[in-house]
Design a protein around this ligand. Structure first.
Ligand SMILES: Nc1nc2c(c(=O)[nH]1)N[C@H]1C(S)=C(S)[C@@H](COP(=O)(O)O)O[C@H]1N2
Ligand SMILES: [Mo]
Length: 316
């Protein structure tokens, strides 16, 4: 059959745009193509819609900042989650089929009584608040995200830590069959992070269960993650299955991997450069140009007292 081509039409307009893009990616031989072939854009939209569940928030948290929010689309498409991929724009597709039920969180270590919690109980354990937080990655980009959760302090109290508990260690699920990144050695698995007890008890620190009126998406750390707004993003560990109260400072995955680049404290600090780039400015996703990075990501009034007397250049 002969298809007549209108003289002023470009070939890219005739070819369905998605097909055209896929073909381009195929030609480029990129690994992104593999994921997009497994889950075609139309399918992705459907599974995404099904997965998106509204969350009822009871209050607007007092720590909310007035900054313009990052769009839902960007905050759920540009994500760091190495268990799925090191490509920030690949994580979303690759994580769509990740199973977040059944899910149990175990509480271990220096507590009166080790125990396990089911995720449904955890999500509604305390009144859910929405808090709009500034969010800063160590890679010098930032966002403003309306998180939904409750203070970690409430949960810590419920766990009844003993006097031996000086730090809290968090561990992400280990499941290489579901998380292809765990078959690589970009990091030692499972992902581990930690907070000093006073940081864990600080009212800014949240147990995150949702964002933008919805349950957390897989790519943002479903079903349960940490949200610590004055620290670089890597401290806010995703998809947590274990909370352990310990006496000694936990060895976090990033500190183990590259101690000269990533410290335990990881407080946002414009004066301490990352060895490979400056931390003085940041690119706010969705904005033109760069803006100055603020000490403790703008939360100095709330948190600087936690670090009085500490040399923050040494304890980065
Ligand atoms: N388990 C796990 N948690 C993680 C990461 C990760 O790779 N694995 N990436 C961290 C980094 S570097 C950042 S910046 C934030 C990103 O959170 P977001 O993608 O929801 O914005 O998650 C953090 N939590
Ligand atoms: Mo990050």
């Amino acid at each position: 059959m002969l298809v007549k081509k209108a003289p002023d039409m470009k070939s890219s307009e005739i070819t369905d745009k998605k097909l055209y893009m896929n073909r381009r990616q195929f030609i480029a031989g990129s690994t992104v193509m593999v994921a997009s072939e497994l889950l075609k854009p139309s399918l992705l939209q459907e599974s995404e819609k099904k997965a998106r569940k509204k969350l009822k928030v009871v209050k607007r948290g007092e720590y909310t900042v007035p900054d313009k929010r990052t769009s839902y689309e960007e905050a759920t498409s540009y994500t760091n989650f190495y268990e799925f991929s090191t490509g920030k724009r690949s994580v979303k597709e690759i994580s769509q089929s990740f199973r977040t039920r059944p899910w149990t969180l175990s509480v271990e270590g220096a507590v009166e009584r080790p125990r396990k919690f089911d995720i449904e109980e955890l999500i509604h354990m305390f009144p859910l608040e929405e808090r709009i937080y500034r969010w800063r990655c160590v890679e010098a980009w930032s966002m403003v995200i309306p998180w939904i959760g409750y203070p970690l302090a409430e949960f810590v109290k419920k766990c009844q830590p003993t006097s031996d508990a000086e730090y809290v260690e968090f561990t992400t699920i280990y499941d290489p069959e579901q998380m292809p990144g765990q078959k690589t050695n970009v990091l030692g698995w499972p992902y581990v992070e930690g907070l000093r007890m006073d940081e864990a008890l600080h009212p800014l620190t949240l147990v995150g269960v949702g964002m933008y009126d919805e349950m957390l998406s897989n790519q943002n750390g479903a079903p349960l993650r940490l949200v610590v707004p004055w620290k670089y993003g890597f401290k806010s560990i995703k998809s947590i299955v274990k909370v352990k109260f310990v006496k000694k400072m936990p060895k976090s995955a990033w500190v183990k991997k590259k101690p000269e680049e990533y410290g335990f404290y990881a407080n946002v600090n414009p004066e301490v450069d990352h060895p490979r780039w400056s931390q003085a400015t940041e690119r706010r996703i969705g904005e033109e140009g760069r803006r100055k990075t603020l000490m403790f990501n703008g939360y100095a009034d709330q948190v600087e007292h936690l670090y009085t007397g500490m040399n923050l250049k040494k304890f980065y």
